[in-house]
Every structure is written in structure tokens, then in C-alpha cells.
Design a protein around this ligand. Structure first.
Ligand SMILES: *[C@@H]1O[C@H](CO)[C@@H](O)[C@H](O)[C@H]1NC(C)=O
Ligand SMILES: *[C@@H]1O[C@H](CO)[C@@H](O)[C@H](O)[C@H]1NC(C)=O
Ligand SMILES: *[C@@H]1O[C@H](CO)[C@@H](O)[C@H](O)[C@H]1NC(C)=O
Ligand SMILES: *[C@@H]1O[C@H](CO)[C@@H](O)[C@H](O)[C@H]1NC(C)=O
Ligand SMILES: *[C@@H]1O[C@H](CO)[C@@H](O)[C@H](O)[C@H]1NC(C)=O
Ligand SMILES: *[C@@H]1O[C@H](CO)[C@@H](O)[C@H](O)[C@H]1NC(C)=O
Ligand SMILES: *[C@@H]1O[C@H](CO)[C@@H](O)[C@H](O)[C@H]1NC(C)=O
Ligand SMILES: *[C@@H]1O[C@H](CO)[C@@H](O)[C@H](O)[C@H]1NC(C)=O
Ligand SMILES: *[C@@H]1O[C@H](CO)[C@@H](O)[C@H](O)[C@H]1NC(C)=O
Ligand SMILES: *[C@@H]1O[C@H](CO)[C@@H](O)[C@H](O)[C@H]1NC(C)=O
Ligand SMILES: *[C@@H]1O[C@H](CO)[C@@H](O)[C@H](O)[C@H]1NC(C)=O
Ligand SMILES: *[C@@H]1O[C@H](CO)[C@@H](O)[C@H](O)[C@H]1NC(C)=O
Length: 786
């Protein structure tokens, strides 16, 4: 191992001396676009006439190249993977090594039987056509397009998150077998939504670091794990179905705010926020998800470009969290160190050397190749070799896309139980608004070509006579010229459904929002149509980020409001199923829906989560103002109650002489604790807070509820979060049924607070476990004794 590292450090060192051309090669595309373009040489033709991608160490392939595979130790299956990877690296010249790390310049090394390979594939919510490796054509015309991540997250169903990952990787591996995709996917995007203006919110699991982390773990395990082989004694050689990538590390969540863009942004982040918020999902993704790759981001953090930050990449990701894989850079983020950040007046050569030394690739090529061996690029995985066309866009997969949308959809308002609509009474429907016939908008970005769209128009046509009016020429809705005909339509119909919101013209990569309002004349459209409508009005919002719809919330003519995120290829069907009661909604908002004036109170570039000066706090953990809807909000067609058999709970920890106390600042200067807190790194952390909650469906309809469990730190401590989510469970309940849901929370993990220095502390005093919206409070006393 030591030898290997020094070999690779030598590569990094020699880079500073090597010629410029070499580094232009390295830089031009390094990484995201990093293709060891392994593919073309490797294509053979299968019986069905389709090109078929085999594995590297195939004797027949070597024979075609005029080589004898037996002469290449890296193809010797009897050797351990790290030995094989070292052999391969050692067989390359310096120039060849650099060429394997670029994109379109990399052609493999026929001399030693190494085929080209394209590194860049994406699978954020289905196999995407973003990147250089994935291709849709007559061989594979489409792949299942699930809802965007922000909506899937709203299901708060970990099983669903993992199941989607499994289906996506099955389709991905099938596409690979058909020569239509790589095996390295730069997904998921797990940056925390710190600010509601962020344009890439749709790609992410929302504002709560714990939820984001759990989403990452489940999705990554779904993508990577091969059933029965998720635990092997050597995690460096565990076989992967495909390789996932948690991105973008770290503190990346500004696209373009008042002209300051992500390529120039220097995020000033306190260590407290780094530990508590920005790093946490990545830590969970690496430690619990065992992801095989982490991508560094475009921005700087406290002055240093993340891709050149050895503390982040080497100390945290590799050493502390123990990444079994490599770190990859975002597209041209290394070039941007020179071009945009102008960091340290770097030359191209300087930047290349700095990133390699900081831990990019994990000391060079070797980690990459090791992951190549894990996804069995060299040897293949017989059990996955039969995946093919039949496994892509199957009925079952398409049904899961519809199910994900149904589970995610959030019911925000439902006066007088207007929903579900009764198809025997409501026969004619007016479908109005720029999203009423949405197709592409439903799959957002990083999408592929879906198997089959079902727009709202098509979905609702299954339930009644539909008239359709766009109301706006496009999403920005720049004039009112189409409102009158929309108003007319609503006068005739038994019920009116308004489909408004945002799309990629308004929130996307490079596009942050400037306000939290519906764009242009959309508000006027909604108000005028509601005023004129004959029947009940249902408002459906398609958006990722927050939309201040207070006007609709208080409008008595608008009986019901649904948030449908961007619901994927089957979205129209899912919304119609919810509206007509084929499915009882149970999704919860993964974001705080701030009021519109929130964004006037603080710039997007302020990274602090806690209130600072006049700036309010961010996310439900630190924002204590009024909202349109809070984080975790969501109604159902039935009601649930919670019960808990009260027991006094306490945790008594006897400290030894090596366990020291940390002071805390208290709001009340008279309040005292002998030992205010102890770092959780110094505690055994065996204490469990076990309790159960009996959930009862007291209504007339079957439904599902998300039981959300928060911890609240002792109220005397200054500067902590208001509360933090520590557990949740989605449960199905028939009408009148009740179920016991068990929670077992680790006291260190669930009660800790992060102090200004970034220490995770377990404080003494009276903590509270809160279930739901304060429905139950369970006090937990923590005591330290000597
Ligand atoms: C890579 O391809 C792009 C176009 O796809 C081209 O502009 C660029 O010059 C190529 N880079 C190199 C180093 O060949
Ligand atoms: C894998 O190992 C971990 C830790 O040893 C354990 O918690 C987990 O349950 C195991 N998973 C499986 C699928 O066996
Ligand atoms: C519900 O219906 C009743 C009776 O029709 C009506 O009086 C009441 O105002 C309605 N409530 C709401 C919130 O619409
Ligand atoms: C709905 O959208 C589809 C796909 O864009 C289009 O083919 C169809 O004509 C639209 N329907 C109406 C009524 O405009
Ligand atoms: C309204 O906006 C649409 C799209 O921007 C444009 O095509 C149309 O001409 C405008 N109509 C009027 C009356 O301004
Ligand atoms: C709305 O309906 C009225 C009466 O039915 C009709 O005179 C008018 O032309 C219609 N307006 C539009 C924009 O369709
Ligand atoms: C749920 O309970 C609330 C408050 O008691 C009540 O207003 C509402 O009508 C109930 N909803 C259903 C679907 O039973
Ligand atoms: C912790 O100590 C308190 C008194 O200091 C006692 O009442 C309580 O039962 C103890 N709890 C446990 C779990 O031992
Ligand atoms: C903690 O605070 C106490 C009381 O103010 C003080 O005596 C003690 O030195 C402080 N301990 C540390 C480690 O700072
Ligand atoms: C609480 O912390 C804030 C921010 O650090 C500080 O301004 C304030 O003075 C503290 N309050 C007390 C009572 O120590
Ligand atoms: C929230 O703000 C209110 C009003 O300023 C204050 O009374 C309350 O203590 C605050 N709550 C928290 C948890 O900070
Ligand atoms: C969670 O998702 C899985 C997979 O779709 C589904 O089988 C299960 O019923 C869901 N659980 C609940 C409580 O909705």
C-alpha cells in the first residue's frame, strides 16, 4: 500500500515538472468528464445484432487485439484487486496515466489491452441522457423516469427510496450490457437546501441534513449493492452493481445570485455549520451508504477551492469517514480554479498538481481502477449479464414511478373535505394552467427519455369530461391574454383544476430564483378562475422550491391545494389518482415554505444557518418566524392520533477520569450544571431511547401517516437548533386501525448539539422527544456523575 501511494504521489510531483501539453490534456476535461474511454474496443456483437459490452479481461477480446491475456497480471483473477490495479498502473507511462484521466482525449491503451471507457453517466431519478456515456437510440429508446428527488423525498419512505435505486441500477446495468451506458453514475445530488432560492432544489432531498443523509444512504445502496454481497470482509473489493457518487462536496448551493456565480463563489462557512449541516449528509453517504465516489464542487469554502482542499478530501472523506473509492471533480472545476477563482495565481500545472495532492482521485489513478474492479469492469458479473431490454421500462418499473409520485404528493389544504372528488357527481372538469398538459416539465433535469408520459390532461381524462385551457402562453406567464378563455371554461365545469408553478426556465442549474412568488400573471389567473368557477377549485402546484401561495390558502373559493413537485413520467396519473381518491395522500413537505418577504431579509450568499444580526435563521431547525406551511406539513383524507404510554426516561452516565466536560452558554445566567456536556467522541454512546407510539386512523378512509420524531435540546442552552428530526416512519393504516410504531434512538446521535467549535456534545439537562406537530412530548433527562 505504502509503495502504491508513493508511486502515485510521484505522479503528482512529477506533474509540476512535466510539459504543458500534458496538463492541458489533464485539465481540459479532467474528471467529471474523465473518461478512461473504455468502450469502443470492447464492443462485440450479440445474437440479437445489438452491440454488447463485455468485460475487459475476456481472452477473446485480447486475441482480437493480437495479445495474449495470460501475459497481463491485471487480468489474473487469482490475484487480489489492489495488486491487479497496481500492476495496471505500473504498466503505463506517465503520459498514458494522464490520458486515462481526461475525457474525450482518452482512448484506452491498446498496447496493454485496456479499452476506452467513458466515465460520465447520470442517474438522478432514472438513467439520464446527460453526460457522454449514456445514449438512447433504437436499441434502448427510453428508461423509466421517476419523480424528481424533491418529490420522492416527500414520501418519507426509506423503502421506496432504496427500491427506486435498485430499479434504476437494474435499468442502468441493462443499458451497459447493451453498450448504451457506463457503470459510473454521478448521482445523487445531496447538497442541503439552505436557501429556498436555490435553482437545483429539485435534484435534492430538501433542507434537513438527516433526511438528505438517509435519502443518500438508501439511494446509493439501491444503486450499488448486489443482494447478498452488500457486506464483504474487504469493502475495497465488494462487487458493485453500478458505482454511485455523492455530490457536490461541499457547501455548494449557489448557482447565480445577483451576478455572483458558482464558479466564483467563496462560501464563508463556520465550522459549526460545516459539521452540523453541510458535511452531515456526505458523512452518512460515505459511512452508512459506502458510496464508491464523492464529487468535489465548483465553489470555494473559506477561500479554498473544494477540489484542492486536502482537509476536506483527504482528512475528512478518506481518513475520518473511510471512503472505499475515489474523489472526482465536477466537470471543469479544476480549470475553473485557474480561470474563475484565479486561486493563488495558479498555472494549469499548479492546479493539476494541487488537486491530485489534495486527494482528488484518491492519490491518482489507482483508486479509480480499484472501483473499476469493484464494479467488475475487468471480470464481469455473471448474475447481471442477462439484464437487457426487457428489464428497462417494464410495466412494474413504470408502476413504481407512478407509485413514487402518489406517495410523495402533499395535500396542503382541503376545506370541507372537497377532495377526494366523487366521480359520480363530478362529470365535467376544467383543466387550466400552464402545467395542465405538462410532460417534459414533470421530469425536470438530469432526465432521460421516459418510457411513457401521462400528463394531467391524460390522467384526468380517465375520470371525466375534460376541457383544457393553458391560461398562460408559457410558465413565465408574461401577459393576461389567455385568462378570459380559462375563466370561461371554469364557468361550465363541475370542478376546476388549476395547474400552475415553475419549470426549468425558473429554477435550474445556473438559475436561482429571485422571489418566492408564482411567476408573472399566474396569480391573477388563479384568482380570476377561482372567482368565476362554478364548481370547487383545486389548485395543483408543480415546483421544487417554495411558492408563497398565501393568497390561495386564504381564498375560500379555492377548496384544496396539492403540491406535486415534478412528479415524473406518470405524474398526471398520480395526481388524478389522488384527486379522485384512488390514493389517499400522505406526503410531507421536505422544505419550509417561507413567506415571500423571507428573501428580502437575507442575501443568498450568507451561509449561516443560525440567525445573525438582522438575518433570520434558515430551515425549520433555526427559523422561528411565520411560514406559509412548515417543514413536515401534509394532510390526509383521514385523521390520525398518537398515543404513548408515559414513562419517566433518564440517561445516567458515570464519567471516568479521562472523560472531560465541555462548558455551554446558558440563556439564564443563574442556571448551572456540574457537567454541562461531554463530547460524544468521548462517550461509549450505548444508551438507547426506546419508546413506541400507537398511531390510530380515526377517520373513515384507509391512509398512510408519517410519524415524525424530533429532539429538542434543554431550553436553557443558548444557540442550539429549535428542534431536529431524529426519526420517522411511514405507516399504512386501514380506517379505524391502530399500529404500534417502535423507535430506538441512540442518545448520542439523536440528542447531540454542535457547538461553535464543531464539537458534537451530549448536554446534561432535560431534553424532549417530540412526536409530530407537538402531538406528544417525551422528556428525557440526561445526568452525568463522577
Ligand atoms: C474535447 O471535445 C470537445 C468537443 O466535444 C473539443 O472542443 C475539445 O477541444 C476536445 N478536447 C481535446 C483536448 O481534444
Ligand atoms: C452489514 O454489516 C453491518 C455492520 O456489520 C450490519 O449492521 C448490517 O446489518 C449488515 N448488513 C447486511 C445486509 O447483512
Ligand atoms: C364548509 O361547508 C359549510 C356548509 O356548506 C359552510 O358553512 C362552511 O363555510 C364551509 N367551510 C369552509 C372552510 O369552506
Ligand atoms: C399535450 O401535450 C402533448 C405533448 O406535448 C401534445 O402532443 C398534445 O397535443 C397536447 N395536448 C393539447 C390538448 O394541447
Ligand atoms: C403574450 O405573451 C406571449 C408569450 O410571451 C406572446 O406570444 C403574446 O404575443 C403575448 N400577447 C400579448 C397580447 O401581448
Ligand atoms: C367567454 O364566454 C362568453 C359568453 O359565453 C363569450 O362571449 C366570450 O367570447 C368568451 N370569451 C373567451 C375568451 O372565450
Ligand atoms: C380531521 O380533524 C380536524 C380537526 O378535528 C377536522 O377539522 C377535520 O375535518 C378532520 N378531517 C378528516 C378527514 O376527518
Ligand atoms: C438516573 O438517576 C436518577 C436519580 O439521579 C434516578 O431517579 C433514575 O432512575 C436513574 N435512571 C436510570 C436509567 O438509572
Ligand atoms: C467551565 O466553567 C466553569 C464555571 O464558569 C469554569 O470554572 C471552568 O474553568 C470552565 N471549564 C472549562 C473547561 O472551560
Ligand atoms: C447567546 O448567543 C448569542 C450568539 O452567540 C449571543 O449574542 C448572546 O449574547 C448569547 N446570549 C447569552 C444570554 O449568552
Ligand atoms: C420564537 O420566537 C418567539 C417570539 O420572538 C419567542 O418567544 C420564542 O421563544 C422563540 N422560540 C424559539 C424556540 O426560539
Ligand atoms: C413504502 O414504499 C414501498 C415501496 O414502494 C411500499 O411497498 C410501501 O407500501 C410503502 N410504505 C408505506 C407505509 O406507504
Amino acid at each position: 500500500m505504502g509503495v502504491l501511494f508513493s508511486t502515485l504521489i510521484t505522479i503528482a510531483d512529477s506533474i509540476t515538472m512535466a510539459n504543458k501539453t500534458l496538463f492541458m490534456l489533464l485539465l481540459s476535461h479532467i474528471i467529471l468528464c474523465f473518461s478512461i474511454v473504455f468502450s469502443n474496443l470492447d464492443v462485440s456483437v450479440a445474437e440479437d445484432g445489438l452491440p454488447k459490452f463485455g468485460h475487459v479481461c475476456d481472452p477473446a477480446r485480447f486475441e482480437m487485439l493480437g495479445l495474449n491475456m495470460d501475459e497481463f497480471a491485471y487480468c489474473d483473477k487469482s490475484l487480489p484487486y489492489d495488486v491487479r490495479a497496481k500492476d495496471l498502473v505500473d504498466s503505463m507511462s506517465l503520459v498514458e496515466k494522464a490520458e486515462q484521466m481526461g475525457d474525450n482525449t482518452s482512448v484506452g491503451i491498446p498496447r496493454i489491452g485496456l479499452p476506452p471507457y467513458k466515465w460520465w453517466s447520470e442517474a438522478l431519478h432514472g438513467v439520464a441522457d446527460t453526460g457522454r456515456s449514456t445514449k438512447f437510440d433504437s436499441a434502448v429508446p427510453s428508461a423509466t423516469s421517476f419523480p424528481t428527488v424533491i418529490l420522492t423525498t416527500a414520501s418519507f419512505n426509506q423503502t421506496l427510496w432504496k427500491t427506486i435505486g435498485q430499479v434504476v441500477s437494474t435499468e442502468a446495468r441493462a443499458m451497459y450490457n447493451l453498450g448504451r451506458a457506463g457503470l459510473t453514475f454521478w448521482s445523487p445530488n445531496i447538497n442541503v437546501v439552505r436557501d429556498p432560492r436555490w435553482g437545483r432544489t429539485l435534484e435534492t432531498p430538501g433542507e434537513d441534513p438527516f433526511v438528505v443523509g438517509l435519502y443518500a444512504v438508501n439511494y446509493v445502496r439501491g444503486l450499488q449493492d448486489i443482494e447478498g454481497q452488500d457486506n464483504t470482509s474487504d469493502p475495497n473489493s465488494r462487487p458493485l452493481k453500478v458505482s454511485a457518487c455523492c455530490k457536490h462536496f461541499a457547501a455548494y448551493d449557489v448557482e447565480n445570485y445577483l451576478g455572483l456565480d458558482r464558479l466564483h463563489f467563496d462560501a464563508k462557512v463556520a465550522e459549526q455549520d460545516m459539521v452540523e449541516t453541510f458535511n452531515r449528509p456526505f458523512e452518512m453517504c460515505v459511512k452508512d451508504g459506502d458510496v464508491s465516489s464523492v464529487m468535489c464542487s465548483f465553489n470555494r469554502v473559506n477561500g479554498i477551492p473544494t477540489c484542492a482542499d486536502s482537509y476536506l478530501l483527504k482528512k475528512l472523506v478518506r481518513e475520518d469517514w473511510n471512503l472505499h473509492g475515489y474523489v472526482v471533480a465536477d466537470c471543469d472545476s479544476i480549470a475553473e480554479i485557474v480561470k474563475s477563482h484565479k486561486w493563488l495565481d495558479d498555472t494549469w500545472e499548479d492546479a493539476s498538481a494541487q488537486v491530485l495532492k489534495a486527494g482528488l482521485y484518491g492519490f491518482g489513478l489507482w483508486r479509480f481502477l480499484q472501483v473499476s474492479s469493484k464494479r467488475r469492469f475487468f471480470d464481469g458479473i455473471p448474475a447481471l449479464a442477462s439484464l437487457g431490454r426487457k428489464d428497462i421500462c417494464s410495466e412494474e418499473n413504470i408502476e413504481l414511478a407512478a407509485e413514487a409520485a402518489r406517495q410523495g404528493i402533499v395535500l396542503l389544504k382541503n376545506d370541507n373535505e372537497t377532495l377526494p372528488l366523487d366521480a359520480t357527481e363530478i362529470k365535467s372538469l376544467a383543466l387550466i394552467g400552464p402545467h395542465a398538459n405538462a410532460t417534459d416539465a414533470m421530469i425536470g433535469n438530469y432526465a432521460g427519455i421516459p418510457c411513457k408520459f401521462i400528463s394531467p390532461l391524460e390522467g384526468f381524462s380517465a375520470f371525466g369530461q375534460v376541457t383544457y385551457e393553458m391560461g398562460c402562453a408559457e410558465m413565465k406567464c408574461q401577459n393576461d391574454s389567455m385568462i378570459n378563455s380559462a375563466v370561461n371554461a371554469s364557468k361550465q365545469a363541475d370542478a376546476t383544476l388549476l395547474f400552475v408553478g415553475l419549470n426549468l426556465d425558473l429554477e435550474a442549474e445556473w438559475i436561482d430564483r429571485k422571489d418566492l412568488l408564482l411567476p408573472g400573471y399566474q396569480t391573477q389567473l388563479v384568482t380570476e378562475v377561482a372567482e368565476a368557477s362554478k364548481g370547487p377549485v383545486i389548485l395543483v402546484i408543480m415546483s421544487a422550491t417554495v411558492v408563497d401561495i398565501s393568497f390561495a390558502k386564504i381564498n375560500p373559493k379555492i377548496k384544496s391545494i396539492i403540491w406535486a413537485g415534478y412528479p415524473g413520467e406518470q405524474g398526471g396519473r398520480a395526481i388524478a389518482d389522488v384527486a379522485f381518491g384512488n390514493y389517499n395522500p400522505g406526503g410531507r413537505l421536505p422544505l419550509t415554505w417561507y413567506e415571500a418577504n423571507y428573501v428580502d431579509k437575507l442575501p443568498m450568499t450568507s451561509m449561516a444557518l443560525r440567525p445573525v444580526g438582522d438575518y433570520p435563521g434558515r430551515t425549520y431547525k433555526f427559523f422561528n418566524g411565520s411560514t406559509v406551511y412548515p417543514f413536515g406539513y401534509g394532510l390526509s383524507y383521514t385523521n390520525f392520533t398518537y398515543e404513548h404510554k408515559f414513562e419517566e426516561m433518564s440517561i445516567n452516565i458515570t464519567l471516568n477520569r479521562l472523560q472531560h466536560c465541555h462548558n455551554l452558554t446558558y440563556l439564564d445566567e443563574n442556571y448551572q450544571q456540574d457537567c454541562p456536556s461531554v463530547s460524544i467522541d468521548d462517550l461509549a454512546c450505548k444508551d438507547e431511547i426506546a419508546f413506541d407510539v400507537t398511531v390510530q386512523n380515526i377517520g373513515q378512509k384507509d391512509g398512510s401517516d408519517v410519524v415524525m420524531v424530533y429532539s429538542v435540546p434543554p431550553k436553557e442552552i443558548n444557540g442550539t437548533h429549535i428542534k431536529q428530526l431524529v426519526g420517522f416512519e411511514r405507516v399504512d393504516l386501514k380506517a379505524k386501525e391502530s399500529k404500534k410504531v417502535n423507535f430506538g434512538l441512540n442518545a448520542c446521535q439523536s440528542l447531540n448539539i454542535v457547538d461553535v467549535s464543531g464539537y458534537k456534545l451530549l448536554a446534561s439537562g432535560l431534553h424532549n422527544i417530540v412526536v409530530g406537530d407537538n402531538a406528544l412530548q417525551i422528556p428525557v433527562q440526561v445526568n452525568y456523575n463522577r
